[in-house]
Design a protein around this ligand. Structure first.
Ligand SMILES: Nc1ncnc2c1ncn2[C@@H]1O[C@H](COP(=O)(O)OP(=O)(O)O)[C@@H](O)[C@H]1O
Ligand SMILES: N[C@@H](CC(=O)OP(=O)(O)O)C(=O)O
Length: 537
């Protein structure tokens, strides 16, 4: 006896429906079904929602979405507010006023956890591992989180019942962690999810209280389907039609402003809560923008848009009015905290402009990110610093002309699952940096072992030098003017007595990367900023 599933999808939005029938034995495990479904549906946008041991396939009906348009009441944009924008009741009230000050917009709201709640939750989890069950009550961070959310409810004038269950659930979870004396990546994601679950409930209740009808949504319940890479999950294609269906269907029946948790998803295999990596609410926002085909995605921060450098390094950083998706993606990937590294992908795919604005200074124009911009006058756009990078100098032990050397080097990294950031090569030697986000996210011991292992493997074919505590300074801008940029860069660095250890010009044509010692990096950024943005020549 067999069970069969009919899959429906579209190759590209708007094109003809394609469908596929799959047959499984009734004893086939759910994970085997998921694997087959995933394989069969590559590049087919499908509504697949995963529940414990169940695959739910929902037929895509093109008419569903189109029947919602033309009413003049469609959702128009996404407005994402980060932790700094919703850190207190006062800030939430200001954000509500800000939303109401755009009466022509019908936004989907995406919120992060309040202020530094995510950090506090992680700290509480770490303390719970060692403190003993009877001491969980006195974890300082738990008291802080409880007090912050209860006070916020009181100050907003909403019932504390909207968050009571979550506060109790959090307490129980921390007790569980302390009993198990273990905090797995999966539990870590469940733990931090309390932040976004509570901020959205409070905010939505407040909007309703002031007469602006709103409805709270947990992203993991409305189709945010991700890989099972806990703490760093990636959004799967099936998310787009699923999220679109839920939000648009509900909106067509009831015009309540959707308030969605940022940062969270549901692992497609595990069905457990996942997170999209730190700062992941930006990615939630752009995913919703693409899923619903909205006019604009706004990400509201505590700075006047994307700046010419990290304001924590140099307070004179200026706001950048225009960026392309490629520039913004490169900037985020190379460490500018202001945007999540993957957040530009859905916006670029859907060709939806992203506006980065300041919720503390709404009148500032901010930064508009689009597919293209006038580059004729552009030289340097922004300077980004990534610290604590590991660099490897690898020289082949064979003679010049040895083919396959580079392939062997990269196979080693692939086999060990380590990603590489910046590369400079000759035929017999290669210098590269290792992605600190991937490497440093792991436990200290595991990290050291992995580095040893990399060196050990590479030493079979090369002489390897491991150089730690380096920084990548990425110059994002018009690489068509690279000679001009480099001339200025080397003049500045020479006058500051800094030796560049490696240089790489990305094929993306928007980024030149320089590797310097960690101790020299901030001073370099300040000197480069002064030369490029504060002097006329
Ligand atoms: N190039 C840059 N432009 C703007 N902000 C930057 C840049 N580099 C680092 N930052 C930092 O990013 C912060 C905003 O990002 P984030 O804290 O993730 O915002 P939110 O939590 O509001 O989404 C700023 O407060 C600033 O300190
Ligand atoms: N709260 C999560 C997700 C997020 O996006 O936050 P923020 O928008 O405040 O950077 C974090 O701190 O990582």
């Amino acid at each position: 006896m067999t069970a069969s599933l009919q899959l429906y999808g579209v190759q590209t939005p708007g094109l003809a429906l394609s469908s596929k029938r799959l047959e499984f034995g009734t004893k086939t495990s759910s994970s085997a079904i998921f694997r087959t479904v995933e394989h069969s549906c590559r590049n087919i946008a499908l509504r697949v929602s995963c529940e414990a041991a169940r695959v739910d396939l929902i037929e895509r009906k093109e008419t569903e979405t189109s029947s919602l348009s033309g009413t003049g009441k469609e959702l128009t944009c996404v407005m994402k507010f980060g932790g700094s924008s919703v850190e207190s009741a006062e800030r939430m009230k200001e954000v509500a006023n800000l939303i109401l000050s755009f009466p022509d917009e019908r936004p989907v709201i995406v919120l992060s956890a309040m202020g530094k709640t995510t950090n506090k939750l992680l700290k509480a989890g770490e303390k719970a591992v060692t403190c003993g069950v009877t001491n969980v009550e006195s974890i300082e961070e738990l008291s802080f989180i409880k007090e912050l959310h209860l006070r916020t409810a009181h100050e907003l004038g909403v019932e504390t019942t909207v968050i009571a269950q979550h506060l109790e659930g959090l307490h129980q979870l921390l007790k569980g962690i302390s009993m198990m004396k273990e905090l797995t990546l999966r539990t870590r994601d469940y733990l931090v999810s309390f932040g976004e679950c509570m901020s959205t409930r409070l905010f939505s209740a407040y909007l309703n209280k002031i007469g602006h009808k709103a409805r709270q949504y947990d992203a993991f319940e409305i189709g945010f389907i991700t890989t099972d890479d806990f703490t760093n999950a990636d959004i799967l294609e099936a998310t787009y039609p699923a999220v679109s269906k839920t939000l648009l269907n509900n909106w067509s029946k009831d015009k309540a402003v959707p308030v969605v948790t940022g940062f969270l998803g549901k692992g497609w295999r595990s069905c457990a809560i996942t997170t999209l990596g730190r700062g992941g609410s930006d990615l939630t926002a752009t995913t919703i923008g693409k899923a619903l085909g909205l006019r604009e995605i706004q990400v509201w921060k505590d700075v006047d848009g994307v700046l010419t450098c990290d304001p924590n390094i140099y307070s004179g950083a200026q706001s950048v009015p225009y960026l392309t998706f490629d520039e913004a993606a490169e900037l985020a990937y190379f460490g500018a905290q202001v945007l999540h590294p993957l957040s530009m992908r859905p916006a670029r795919d859907g060709d939806i402009p992203v506006r980065v604005k300041n919720s503390y200074n709404p009148n500032a124009p901010g930064t508009v990110i689009t597919r293209s911009r006038d580059m004729s006058k552009a030289v340097l756009t922004s300077i980004v610093l990534k610290r604590n990078v590991t660099m490897l100098d690898i020289a082949s032990t064979r003679m010049l002309g040895q083919y396959g050397f580079l392939a062997k080097v990269f196979t080693t990294f692939e086999d060990l699952g380590i990603s590489v950031d910046v590369v400079a090569t000759s035929e017999v030697s290669i210098s590269l940096t290792l992605d600190p986000a991937k490497l440093w996210g792991r436990e200290l011991v595991q990290r050291a072992n992995e580095l040893d292992h990399v060196v050990e493997e590479l030493e079979k074919i090369a002489v390897v030098k491991l150089l730690q505590r380096r920084s990548i300074i990425s110059l994002i801008g018009n690489v068509q003017k690279s000679s001009l940029i480099l001339e200025k860069v080397f003049k500045v660095l020479r006058s500051n007595g800094v030796n560049v250890q490696m240089i790489s010009q990305g094929a993306s044509k928007v980024n030149i990367s320089l590797i310097v010692n960690d101790e020299e990096a901030e001073q370099c950024v300040r000197a480069l900023h002064s030369a490029f943005f504060e002097t006329s020549s």
